[in-house]
Design a protein around this ligand. Structure first.
Ligand code: FAD
Length: 466
């Protein structure tokens, strides 16, 4: 039976906040991106926030929660956008921002506390030895490394390095178990998959060792095309061009760039589709030639504007990935989005087919990534929201046309992912969280093993009383 008073008594010496306004604030993430999650999760709040600064304090907080039967939801910076860090059962929000030390930088590797911000890690590795993280979400400035591993999937850098869950893209993790006497496990190799993208349901990551790549002064480039088809075909060819080193490659249908990019919009016409690129300086001339070969128009290059102008403009990557939806929503709050993967090798045909099928309700946004060694395109299309039924209908249309949908309007691992349980993560949860106290409601396989993913039923978690 949950006992909050007993919990508090065992948290002596730790930073604990229980002022309801503050706890509510730290119980939120970017769930409001989705009108469905906004409606379904708006009431969610924890009972208290605990902010450890060492692994020993994490163990103390976890042991206290286990003893008092109180659920624990880990939190990095709260930038996840599917309610991943929201405590559906209330209880303790474990805020890991204080575990932010960068403890080791070596050739090709960095080790940092789970709460360290990605931007801070990159600044340190650059200054130390001219290295940088292989990939980061477009929330580079604000997201934590632990939150990225537990809640993210990839992003800027994925055109070269693939996704976060590809073996080798996270090299070692320290993880605290949810038991009477919490253990600290060190995971490497295949074991990383047990906790990567598990939304903190099966262990608290306290430290992360990540592989590094050589750092470059990446140049932001925006190329305009007369149609989405030509822009997508150009990007597909560019992504496969072995000699040009890229960090980011995304495509947006007109008029996304012109209408929604506050600083960069003026460089591109209303009727031009935009390709957004981060290129290494030594590849810039080759890129230029490649653009000319494909009759594109380079409308913006960050190395050709004044240093003063550069300082006042956001980096181009803050207009890609989920940031595209964010900047679009600032202009038009009725916009929401989907996350899709178009089937290889006919991905460009699938993009055109879906665009024709759905029509003006949708504006295409593609992110080109390396996936199992191939350059493929994922989509984050902007959708004008009308009703939940219509949104579900659009999801079904994508699926009926062979596209995978990672539904960003669901808060569970399975519905936001491959719509099947990850048995490795479930087995690990049984081992390290026997009472099921970590982030309840996010892993359907744990809560409702008989749930039928083939039915069109949406999973709705109801927190147990007590
Ligand atoms: P949080 O939101 O705090 O947590 C994310 C999940 O991880 C939660 O389930 C939480 O419980 C769990 N968690 C956090 N810390 C730990 C820990 N130490 N141990 C165990 N579990 C933990 N995602 C991408 O993958 N790529 C993108 O390009 C991208 N772009 C984004 C752009 C915008 C504008 C926004 C709002 C979101 C974007 N996201 C993207 C989603 C999100 O930013 C990333 O997943 C980010 O890495 C989350 O980090 P965070 O520290 O904010 O984690």
């Amino acid at each position: 039976m949950r006992d909050l008073e007993r919990l508090k008594a065992n948290l002596v010496g730790l930073v604990v906040e229980d002022e309801p306004g503050l706890v509510r604030k730290k119980s939120r993430d970017f769930y409001w991106y989705s009108p469905i999650l906004k409606r379904d999760l708006d009431h969610v709040t924890g009972d208290l926030v605990v902010s450890p600064t060492t692994e020993a304090e994490v163990c103390q907080a976890i042991a206290a929660a286990f003893d008092a039967d109180v659920p624990v939801t880990p939190r990095g910076s709260g930038t996840g956008n599917y309610g991943q860090a929201m405590p559906l059962s209330g209880g303790m929000v474990l805020s890991l921002g204080g575990l932010n030390a960068i403890t080791h930088i070596g050739p090709g590797t960095v080790t940092a506390g789970a709460g360290a911000l990605l931007g801070k890690i990159d600044a340190a590795t650059r200054a130390h030895s001219g290295q940088e993280l292989r990939m980061f979400p477009s929330t580079h400035r604000t997201a934590s490394i632990g939150g990225f591993i537990a809640g993210g999937s990839g992003g800027v850098g994925s055109i070269r390095w693939g996704g976060l869950r590809n073996i080798g893209n996270v090299t070692r993790l320290r993880v605290v178990t949810m038991e009477a006497s919490p253990r600290v496990l060190v995971l490497e190799g295949d074991e990383i998959a047990k906790v990567a993208h598990a939304y903190g349901t099966n262990g608290i990551i306290t430290a992360c060792e990540m592989p590094l790549a050589p750092a470059y002064d990446w140049i932001d480039v925006m190329v305009g095309f007369e149609s989405m088809e030509r822009a997508a075909a150009f990007a597909d060819r560019l992504g496969n061009e072995d000699g040009i080193l890229l960090k980011e490659l995304s495509v947006m249908a007109a008029p996304i760039a012109h209408e929604y990019f506050s600083a960069h919009g003026k460089f591109i016409r209303h009727d031009q589709a935009a390709v957004l690129i981060m290129v290494a300086p030594h590849s810039a001339a080759a890129l230029d030639a490649f653009v000319r070969r494909h009759q594109g128009e380079t409308v913006f290059r960050s190395d050709q504007i004044s240093a003063e102008a550069q300082r006042t403009m956001p980096p181009l990557f803050e207009l890609t990935w989920n940031h595209t939806t964010l900047v679009a929503r600032r202009v038009d709050p009725t916009i929401t989005y989907l996350q899709t993967l178009y089937p290889f090798p006919d991905h460009l045909a699938a993009v055109a087919r879906m665009s024709a099928l759905i029509g003006p309700e949708m504006s295409d946004h593609l992110e080109f990534i390396r996936f199992d060694g191939r350059v493929v395109c994922s989509g984050l299309p902007l959708i004008r929201f009308t009703t939940e039924e219509r949104l579900d209908e659009i999801v079904r249309l994508f699926e009926a046309n062979g596209c995978l949908v990672f539904n960003p309007h669901r808060y569970t691992l399975e519905e936001g992912g491959m719509k099947r349980s990850d048995l490795g993560q479930l087995a690990f949860k049984r081992e390290v969280d026997p009472k099921g106290l970590l982030n309840p409601g996010k892993m359907i396989a744990w809560d409702d093993p008989d749930f039928d993913f083939k039915s069109e039923r949406k999973y709705l978690f109801s927190a147990p009383a007590g």
